[in-house]
Design a protein around this ligand. Structure first.
Ligand code: SAH
Length: 243
């Protein structure tokens, strides 16, 4: 049988949010490749090889997956959420770009429910009109670029979703983000901290930018900031369709 590589999103945490298409790919796989906590979410079964690796080795991991598939394995690379959102799909194509001998392989990308959409659904509809998603980690890009995009998004009155809000290498970064948002958007703007959405540890809190503190976010939190029209209705937060 010929091998293949599929990069699949496992959703934000709950098994109920794994798509049937992803479950089917996992059931057909001979090999699972991914970051340790994501591989741990795949049920072990006889004949299924698990290859868990540490953070920050994404391209090596993708190359390994391509090599396994070239040798006939059916490989699923797992990401949390959606594999195309700050995750393994781009790393796979980086590896493929550098390995022309693997470019004829059967490669597929299966979408998943990304953290910001799961979080927004819990809060109401804070991303109900135009929005931006920004990765606040400066592992792979300079901090100045993050600030420039943040400022542009805030000035254009986009609602925003922030992933990786507190990078271990730059713990002070998120404090700077809050400062910049307060300067551009004012203190009354709504901000939602959504932690471990769809898991037993889930926690959601919405405050104003004036009330927000850096400690409200950690690496399991996605942060949603409304635009100038985002408001509360009862216990919900929403952005009108006209905004
Ligand atoms: N591919 C993933 C994102 C990976 S980056 C996706 O589409 O969701 C990792 C970041 O995603 C975390 O730092 C956090 O900001 C966010 N995240 C992932 N799962 C989450 C969850 N269950 N609840 C809240 N945020 C989550």
């Amino acid at each position: 049988m010929s091998g293949w590589v599929t990069v699949a999103g496992l959703g934000p945490g709950s098994d109920a949010l794994v798509t049937p298409e992803v479950s089917a790919a996992l059931a057909e796989a001979t090999d699972i490749v991914g970051y340790i906590p994501y591989v741990a979410r795949v049920a072990a079964r006889p004949g299924l090889r698990l290859h868990a690796s540490d953070n920050r080795v994404e391209v090596e991991r993708a190359r390994h997956a391509l090599e396994l598939a070239a040798a006939g394995a059916r490989v699923v690379i797992v990401s949390s959420g959606d594999p195309g959102v700050f995750a393994m799909a781009s790393a796979l194509f980086e590896a493929l770009e550098a390995a022309p001998e693997h470019q004829a392989l059967d490669v597929r990308v299966l979408p998943g429910i990304t953290a910001m959409l799961a979080a927004a659904a819990r809060a109401g509809a804070p991303l109900g009109h135009d929005f931006c998603a920004i990765n606040l980690s400066d592992n792979l890009k300079p901090w100045a670029l993050i600030e420039a995009r943040l400022r542009a998004a805030a000035q254009a009155d986009f609602a925003c979703a922030f992933y990786n809000p507190r990078s271990r290498s730059r713990p002070e970064g998120f404090a700077r983000v809050l400062e910049l948002l307060r300067e551009t958007c004012g203190g009354e703007r709504l901000i939602t901290f959504a932690r471990a959405v769809s898991t037993p540890e889930e926690q959601l809190v919405t405050v104003t930018l004036a009330e927000a503190t850096p400690e409200m976010a950690d690496m399991r939190t996605v942060v949603l900031v409304g635009n100038s029209a985002t408001r509360r209705v009862g216990r919900w937060v929403y952005t009108p369709r006209s905004a």
